[in-house]
Design a protein around this ligand. Structure first.
Ligand code: CP
Length: 328
């Protein structure tokens, strides 16, 4: 199911399910499925908690959640998301059940539907973190789950809201979010991290987004329509050089060469030491990782390269999210 194919009634149900009592407590989170559910006050609450988690990790963690269990159910590969969620739960004193290759090593092999798996796993755990191969997979899980569900990435072109939250937190730690100009570069049509971050950026003032991609991999209309509705300025570009000098944030993503019409052009969407020279001195370079050729290793030592810090921030933000969904 794509973003655009949620029926209005389904979306309303999901939103009331994600924030179960918006009138009585707007800070309460039930599930974390998509970026749109985060209000500005919720984002600020999350960021305040994330700052607190930095201090908790620095002193070795806490025991506050020692009776709580997180299940990690991953139908697709992951290094950062799964391990940072596991580390997050353990730093909070909780315990973890994990299936890192659920498509091969869970009862899905026998034809079990995700709904049945979730009902069962929800009876063993207090929160389920799921990465599913289908767009809408996390939403399906949330509909039947007896415990909170966190979307750790769904489908090819769904969302990856916790990545976007840690991306935003990384920017927020450096500068004000209002007035940002951001270049998203790479394979944008199926980029779930870019899709989720675009939704979050739309909550801030005077944002300008450049989507830089080969035309066949450009951002899909559903996101562009959302930005139009929310008054966010954006441009579609195919040439890095036309934007790189003016943006505050370069958000680089990978391109699968097999999806390009002309793979000779792959280098045109890469960041290397030559591109670095044309960027603002105080720009930020983000990448959700893993990377391939689109981000040269020579960039790593540049002070503007924040992608390893992003991954560290993932631990703090995921700890904060766990505390928010586990709060009674
Ligand atoms: N950024 C991200 O989602 O990385 P993993 O695929 O390693 O989890």
């Amino acid at each position: 199911m794509t973003e655009a194919t949620f029926l209005p009634a389904e979306r309303a149900k999901l939103q009331s399910n994600t924030n179960p009592s918006p009138r009585s407590d707007p800070m309460k989170l039930r599930h974390v499925i998509e970026s749109q559910q985060f209000t500005l006050p919720l984002l600020m609450e999350l960021f305040t908690r994330s700052r607190g988690m930095e201090r908790i990790v620095a002193r070795g963690g806490s025991l506050d959640y020692q009776n709580r269990i997180m299940a990690a159910l991953f139908y697709q590969p992951s290094t950062r998301t799964r391990l940072s969620f596991e580390a997050a739960m353990q730093r909070l004193g909780g315990r973890v059940l994990s299936t890192e290759h659920a498509r091969a090593f869970s009862s899905e092999v026998e034809g079990e539907q995700v709904e049945d798996s979730i009902r069962i796993i929800g009876s063993y755990s207090d929160v389920i973190v799921i990465r599913h191969n289908e767009t809408g997979g996390a939403h399906r899980a949330a509909r039947v789950s007896p415990v909170p569900v966190i979307n750790a990435g769904d489908g090819d072109g769904g969302q990856h809201p916790t990545q976007a939250l840690l991306d935003l937190y990384t920017i927020y730690r450096e500068r004000s979010l209002d007035g940002l100009s951001v270049a998203f570069i790479g394979e944008l049509d199926k980029g779930r991290t870019v899709r989720s971050l675009a939704y979050l950026l739309a909550k801030f003032e005077r944002i300008k987004i450049f989507f830089v991609s080969p035309p066949e991999l450009q951002m899909k209309p559903d996101i562009l329509e959302y930005l139009d509705e929310h008054g966010v300025r954006y441009e579609l570009e195919s040439d890095i050089d036309r934007v790189i000098r003016e943006v505050d944030v370069v958000y680089q993503t990978r391109i699968r060469p097999e999806r390009m019409k002309d793979t000779q052009n792959l280098k045109r969407y890469a960041i290397d030491s030559a591109v670095l020279q044309r960027m603002k001195p105080d720009a930020m370079i983000l990448h959700p990782l893993p990377r391939t050729v689109e981000l040269d290793k020579t960039v790593d030592t540049d002070p503007r390269a924040l992608y390893f810090r992003q991954a560290v921030n993932g631990l703090y933000v995921r700890m904060a999210l766990l505390t928010m969904v586990l709060e009674k």
